[in-house]
Design a protein around this ligand. Structure first.
Ligand SMILES: [Zn+2]
Length: 64
């Protein structure tokens, strides 16, 4: 009975591991740029993310 709960928890824990390295890097860079209020850098990252999404083996979806 409780095994299904454990399975769901481990699936949630591994979800971030399925994000491709490039996506993770660009998301982190965009977040850092936003913290520094560097909006041109944020825009750059959004463009790169959008371009990369076409090639990405593991699209994250949603966040754009
Ligand atoms: Zn990717």
């Amino acid at each position: 009975m409780s095994s299904s709960n454990r399975k769901a928890a481990s699936a949630a824990a591994t979800r971030t591991d399925q994000q491709c390295e490039e996506c993770a890097r660009l998301h982190a860079e965009r977040r850092r740029a936003a913290v520094h209020l560097d909006w041109s850098q944020v825009t750059d990252c959004v463009v790169l993310l959008r371009r990369h999404a076409e090639l990405c083996p593991r699209p994250t979806g949603g966040e754009a």
